[in-house]
Design a protein around this ligand. Structure first.
Ligand code: HEM
Length: 440
């Protein structure tokens, strides 16, 4: 299909030539998102990086980051995930071995990744810095994650035995923090801690698609599955074509319910899809039931009391997880959403910064950063780096921002809560590019 010329204005994406195919059907899922990319990405059944095609079939099992990343991206354009997931140059050096030929058609995505552009300049500096710093923060992150995991077990157990709602609230809080901190690990090479993400009935492998490959690479755009999957019940795209004004007003009231049922709904959707179409469940989905099993076996409250207790904890955790997630960094009228005027420089790193306002109020605490998607701008651009390491990279970020005449925007959580609700109501695109400067 020729580029955007045939599309209505509201279907034009600022970051791609075509309207994403996966949006043409409902409901959307990881599978439909990947199928859509097969159609849109001009990768000719192979893996596309910039304007070249590669055959990574034999490499998948040897990929140091794990086979999953390579296998699930077959037939798609992996330019930006490839750049952002490898800070050292080993991967780029290996690539030549797998080259097949030039792609026949231009890239669908309009991002720039120039050697002297913002992102690659910053990446070179980050690479140099990482060679100099020590990695102790990673051990601290591991300790925090272990501590939170133990808290989940302790609070869940005591709340069930004591039949206490307050203790269940603590258990739910701990479970939501566990899952957010596990997100730090599923971005990295395969490791045991990533499995703890599944304790909320979600699945880390699915989230590697919807979060790491979709949301991280194309945030706030029509290609961002993490945003699309809530539509039209919760809609941040500033156009009435995706959700009407009344729908948006209603969503202010209903979104807390949606966060509460998020994990159960996602699990059910995947189960139903597996039963009626194709299996998308993994062996590690069973881990989602380890908490109720633990409660049933370790207490003498009986089966139904253990299950009831678990469901309450699950609902509280799902609500907190959803709430922290949607108010973490991305939704505010001052943040770029597809439809808004983009900045002239199409550098991928600058696009990331335009879609984020960092949480300035978290930076003093490693625990809060880990459990609230903190250091968000740096995390988006370097997702495989442990959250505990990111704080050491601000000098490089600030230096590069200054050279490109940009600033890192920051607000506190209350600012994000207000901004998120205002964004839900926004139906008019910003005519002036946002994101270059801090607020007056
Ligand atoms: C969708 C594309 C890809 C994704 C999302 C991805 C993801 C990852 C991840 C998560 C890691 C572990 C990083 C860490 O924990 O430090 C990694 C490491 C690595 N990957 Fe990939 N990868 C992709 C494609 C490739 C390709 C095409 C190659 C080479 C042909 C490659 C070569 C490597 C190498 C050599 C490492 C070891 C660490 C390093 O030297 O950077 N990857 N990758």
């Amino acid at each position: 299909m020729p580029p955007n010329v045939e599309l209505e204005d509201w279907r034009v994406s600022g970051i791609s030539r075509t309207y994403p195919s996966y949006r043409k059907q409902w409901p959307v899922s990881d599978e439909s998102w990947l199928e859509g990319k097969h159609k849109d990405d001009e990768a000719e059944g192979l893996w596309r990086i910039r304007d070249k095609l590669y055959d990574l079939t034999d490499f998948a099992q040897r990929h140091p980051g794990g086979a999953f990343w390579i296998e699930c991206t077959k037939g798609t354009d992996i330019t930006e995930p490839f750049e952002s997931h490898h800070i050292e140059e080993h991967a780029a050096r290996l690539l030549g071995k797998f080259e097949v030929r030039d792609a026949k058609k231009p890239r669908n995505y309009k991002f720039a990744l120039e050697e002297n552009g913002f992102y690659l300049t910053l990446k070179r500096r980050v690479r140099e810095k990482l060679r100099k710093i020590k990695y102790q923060p990673t051990r601290k992150t591991d300790l925090l994650h272990t501590g939170i995991l133990i808290s989940v077990l302790l609070f869940s157990w005591t709340s069930t035995v004591a039949d206490s709602l307050i203790l269940r609230a603590f258990a739910g809080l701990a479970l939501s923090w566990l899952v957010i901190s596990a997100h730090n690990y599923f971005h990295q090479r395969d490791n045991w801690r990533m499995y703890s993400f599944n304790l909320l009935l979600l699945n880390f492998a699915n989230w590697r698609i919807s979060h790491a490959l979709s949301h991280h690479v194309y945030p706030n755009s029509l290609h961002d599955l993490e945003m699309t999957m809530f539509e039209p019940f919760v809609c941040w795209v500033p156009s009435k074509h995706y959700a009407s004004k009344p729908q948006r007003v209603i969503s202010l009231l209903t979104s807390p319910i949606i966060y509460t049922v998020l994990s159960v709904v996602q699990f059910t959707q995947r189960l139903v899809y597996s039963l009626v179409k194709r299996n998308v469940m993994y062996w590690h989905d069973i881990l989602g039931f380890s908490l109720p099993l633990f409660l049933y076996l370790s207490t003498n409250v009986g089966f139904s009391a253990a299950i009831t207790s678990w469901i309450i904890i699950l609902g509280i955790a799902s609500f907190i997880f959803g709430f922290i997630g949607v108010t973490a960094a991305h939704h505010d009228p001052r943040i770029y959403h597809d439809g808004d005027a983009p900045r002239a420089d199409r550098d991928w790193g600058l696009f990331q910064l335009d879609t984020i306002i960092d949480r300035g109020d978290l930076k003093w605490s490693d625990l809060l950063v880990l459990t609230h998607f903190g250091e968000h701008a740096l995390h988006h651009m370097f997702p495989t780096l442990d959250h505990g390491v990111l704080k050491q990279l601000y000098p490089e970020l600030q230096q590069t921002l200054a050279e490109f005449k940009c600033e890192l925007r920051e607000i506190n959580h209350w600012g994000h809560i207000k901004g998120q609700n205002q964004q839900l109501l926004r139906t008019k695109p910003n005519p002036i590019p946002q994101g270059s400067k801090k607020f007056e």
